[in-house]
Write a protein that binds this ligand. Structure first.
Ligand SMILES: *Cc1c(COP(=O)(O)O)cnc(C)c1O
Length: 387
């Protein structure tokens, strides 16, 4: 084993795929301190800047006094605090679904739901660029797995036709993200809903990067599904508390019966300790802000920043807070990241297997907290990159 690991690691180094996490010494808004030096961060998913908000801290402290830090057991034993229950009710309301279920991470929610729902004789059809948690959930299920080319509706329909013919009595589950995590583009959700209804399939949509960013004005928790008014036509909505909500954790919104099923069958829900009550209380405070006038103001500021950045680079209409600069080779992406680092910008290179081979990139993210000046200086630094 030692030898096998050593040779795999050596290969990663040789191919510029070696990774080592940066040591963050402190954080203040979009400013990070690493090795005693301050960097302006353009890689965080804290799109609305809520992770530092005082209301989250106060809510967490209050729950800490009532419940202690840890939940002490799984939800089904004695880990089910009032905070968990209330957050689930609030999530179901904001997503206009019958019920919601919390998991300790978005990864656990996606994996547990898909793996428990789909059985032998069923078919799962995934977008090619779906997140690892969705792929792994599909692989862990007993269903046949098919992949359609990114956003390619004709290819999706080919698979649907094939699935209906091959497994006439099986269930079919289509899986996509609404805002894609590494590309920042959006799925043709309305068209996918039409197809799923035509073929009697189920649809699972991962809204990790849409929550708090997309959504109708004043209800950004609704994500793209809410924005398009599709809540009632989508079977499973996945969200995380880890991105725009600024905390940690994941959730699923679905029918009451489906949520009851996951409570009895999703192993990543059953066999793990419930999330700490202070964390859940902080998420509730964050969601209350997102749903308030203050949250809408933050979302508007975020979109103003997104548009400033994209228009200064001459990009077409941006669709989310994620704007990748695709550079191709891993070496080139590493060089770009290191040049920006010298100019005190923090944007790590994203490489295989997080993105396909030869699609290495800088995954740039905007937040509501960046100032116009920070964005314009950063744009200049990007334009001056000589790779
Ligand atoms: C981040 C992410 C997840 C996982 O969420 P966590 O709460 O971080 O575990 C799932 N799907 C997508 C598309 C993501 O970007």
């Amino acid at each position: 084993m030692e030898e096998r690991i050593a040779s795999e690691l050596a290969l990663l180094k040789e191919k510029n795929l070696w990774r080592s996490p940066n040591l963050i010494e402190s954080v203040s808004g979009v400013h990070l301190v690493i090795d005693g030096q301050t960097f302006c961060n353009f890689s965080s998913n804290d799109y609305l800047g809520l992770s530092n908000h005082s209301a989250l801290q106060e809510a967490a402290e209050c729950a800490l006094r009532s419940f202690g830090y840890g939940a002490t057991a799984s939800r089904l034993i004695c880990g089910n605090s009032k905070e968990h229950q209330l957050l689930e009710e609030e999530l179901a309301t904001t997503k206009q679904s019958e019920a919601a279920l919390l998991f300790s991470s978005g990864f656990a929610a996606a994996f547990g739901a898909i793996a428990s729902l789909m059985k032998r004789g069923d078919v799962i059809i995934l977008d090619k660029l779906a997140h690892a948690s969705l792929i792994d959930g599909a692989r862990a299920s007993e269903a046949i797995v098919r992949v359609f080319r990114h956003h390619d509706l004709t290819h999706l329909e080919d698979h649907l036709r094939w699935a209906r013919a091959t497994c006439p009595s099986g269930e079919i589950l289509i899986i996509t993200e609404s805002v894609f995590s590494m590309d920042g583009d959006v799925a043709p959700l309305s068209e996918i809903v039409t197809l799923k209804e035509q073929y009697g399939a189920l649809l699972f949509v991962d809204e990790a990067h849409a929550i708090g960013v997309r959504g109708a004005q004043g209800s950004r928790m609704g994500g793209m599904i809410g924005e398009l008014g599709l809540s009632r036509r989508i079977d499973l909505q996945l969200g995380t508390l880890s991105k725009a909500v600024g905390v940690s954790g994941g959730y699923l919104c679905a029918s009451r019966a489906m949520i009851d099923y996951f409570m009895h069958r999703a192993r990543t829900f059953i066999y793990t300790t419930a999330a700490p009550p202070p964390l859940i209380a902080a998420a509730r405070a964050s969601i209350a802000i997102i749903n308030s006038a203050e949250g809408e103001k933050l979302a508007q500021q975020l979109w103003k920043n997104i548009k400033q950045f994209s228009s200064s680079l001459g990009e077409e209409e941006p669709e989310s807070a994620i704007m990748p600069l695709i550079l191709g080779g891993e070496e080139k992406a590493l060089k770009a990241a290191s040049l920006l680092r010298k100019a005190r910008y923090f944007v790590p290179a994203i490489r295989y297997p997080s993105v396909p081979r030869n699609k290495a990139r800088l995954r740039i993210t905007m937040t509501a907290t960046h100032t116009a000046e920070e964005i314009s200086r950063f744009t200049q630094a990007i334009q001056e990159l000589s790779l």
